[in-house]
Design a protein around this ligand. Structure first.
Ligand SMILES: [Zn+2]
Length: 94
């Protein structure tokens, strides 16, 4: 995982919430959509913080996004689900 070029971020969920992923950096740079998200529940501020800190604290990646895809990954490939940031997000609050 490294710094994602801005043009590639546009197609990723994080584009709406943060600016970059920097390995080892625990700073989360929130973008405008973060503040419009609900405080708790699916795709919320709380879930986003869990998601982003799973990258820095548990070295997760973004193998897939969204509740449906995360649930399917957990069912079909649990060894990959433990490495996927959205699985932590939805486990914690989605
Ligand atoms: Zn992510």
């Amino acid at each position: 995982m490294g710094i994602i070029p801005f043009s590639q971020q546009a197609v990723r969920k994080e584009f709406f919430f943060i600016k970059t992923h920097i390995p080892g950096d625990t700073t989360i740079w929130f973008c405008g959509a973060f503040w419009a998200a609900p405080a708790t529940g699916a795709d919320s501020k709380a879930g986003t913080v869990v998601h982003e800190h799973s990258h820095s604290d548990a070295n997760t990646d973004d193998l897939t996004y969204g509740q449906t895809n995360a649930r399917a990954l957990a069912t079909s490939k649990p060894d990959q689900a433990v490495r996927n940031a959205d699985n932590y997000e939805y486990y914690a609050g989605g």
